[in-house]
Design a protein around this ligand. Structure first.
Ligand SMILES: CC(C)(COP(=O)(O)OP(=O)(O)OC[C@H]1O[C@@H](n2cnc3c(N)ncnc32)[C@H](O)[C@@H]1OP(=O)(O)O)[C@@H](O)C(=O)NCCC(=O)NCCS
Length: 335
């Protein structure tokens, strides 16, 4: 597609809480071991936000860092889009709280969910506001405090998740580049394999639901694993087909950081060698909507992702939801 305005990633930032939960810490809580967690998931540690912190607190810091790298002020933002499954509260939206914190007085703000794929859905929204000329700059944030909805009595899930926030600024430019295309998909028929059953209008929080621990993540891990690989592979191939880009031209695969084995299987199927696949899940676990922007930020700050490189982002999450996004990197290396 020929665009008169392209949506460039002009700024990026992230924030993770200081507290580290190791595999050994979890082995004190449930019947598990460092060996099991490492070999089945690749995760060695994850971060946990202290009780007084909410999603907006981490997201505001990530957003400020993204604005700094973009070199713009918060009042230049036209929109703030926040992907999260762990908002501060039902309403106001976490986006509105962040707008207040940043004093982004000229922006409109909202949240979207779509679980671990949320960041790519938000990136797609933000890019379209920029490409249509509706906004010059959009702040797109992925934030999740997954430890708030994780059952630390359930060994099937508690080893997987962590907390964090990542943000990008998307800005309009007449040059070609930036976000080149996005492929999104959902299949609500598989909703039950990964869900938080209670806390919404279907099953409000009651003492009974609480005692049955329905306010926490419930997951069929092996089903999720299979569908994750299949849907991300398909989304990647469809996106490359639409954009006319070949797999061998991809410089970096930056996938959702859920499980090392999912990522390795995906890399093999797409024939992208391991040295071109970025992984940081060993340090953070699965931070849901935050995982891709935090990974992008880390890869860029380490000097791995360079200008003009082609970045393929792939995500998968509860819903089921999935997405693929292709971007030409434009931020210069950090000095
Ligand atoms: C959860 C996951 C790590 C389990 O790995 P797996 O290789 O599928 O596990 P297996 O089927 O080989 O083994 C399951 C067994 O391990 C046990 N097990 C589960 N978690 C365990 C843990 N933390 N420690 C030790 N044993 C554990 C189960 O109880 C089960 O035991 P059983 O066979 O006696 O019933 C894996 O399925 C996975 O990562 N799925 C995707 C999850 C995900 O990414 N969700 C978020 C998507 S956005």
């Amino acid at each position: 597609m020929n665009k008169t305005i392209s949506a460039f990633i002009s700024g990026i930032g992230s924030e993770v809480p200081a507290t580290v939960i190791t595999n050994e810490d979890l082995a004190q809580l449930v019947d598990t071991s460092d060996e099991w967690i490492r070999s089945r998931t690749g995760i060695q540690a994850r971060r946990q936000a202290s009780p007084e912190l909410a999603a907006s607190d981490l997201a505001t810091i990530a957003g400020q860092r993204a604005l700094e790298t973009a070199g713009i002020n918060a009042d230049e933002l036209g929109a703030i889009i926040v992907a999260t499954s762990t908002p501060d509260m039902v309403f106001p939206s976490t986006g509105c709280v962040i707008q207040k914190n940043l004093q982004a007085t000229n922006a409109f703000a909202y949240d979207l969910s779509d679980a671990c794929s949320g960041f790519l859905f938000a990136l797609s929204n933000g890019s379209q506001y920029v490409e249509s000329g509706m906004c010059q700059h959009v702040l797109v944030i992925g934030v999740d405090l997954m430890t708030r909805i994780t059952d630390f009595q359930d060994r099937n899930t508690c080893v997987l998740f962590g907390d964090g926030a990542g943000a990008v600024v998307i800005s309009g430019s007449k040059e070609t580049g930036g976000v080149l295309g996005t492929q999104l998909g959902t299949d609500g028929r598989f909703g039950e394999i990964l869900q938080v059953p209670a806390g919404g209008s279907r099953m409000p929080l009651t003492e009974e639901n609480f005692s049955e621990r329905k306010q926490f993540i419930h997951m069929n891990g092996s089903e999720v694993f299979k569908l994750a690989v299949r849907s991300m592979e398909q989304a990647a191939l469809q996106l490359l087909d639409h954009t006319g880009v070949s797999l061998k031209d991809i410089d970096w695969l930056v996938p959702h950081q859920a499980n090392k084995r999912i990522i390795e299987t995906l890399g093999k199927r797409l024939q992208i060698p391991g040295e071109r696949v970025f992984m940081n899940l060993q340090h953070y676990g699965n931070m849901s909507a935050a995982s891709i922007p935090v990974a992008l930020d880390e890869a860029w700050r380490k000097g791995l992702i360079l200008p003009d490189q082609l970045i393929l982002m792939l995500a998968f999450g509860g819903g089921l939801t999935w997405g693929a996004s292709l971007a030409k990197w434009s931020l210069p290396p950090q000095s």
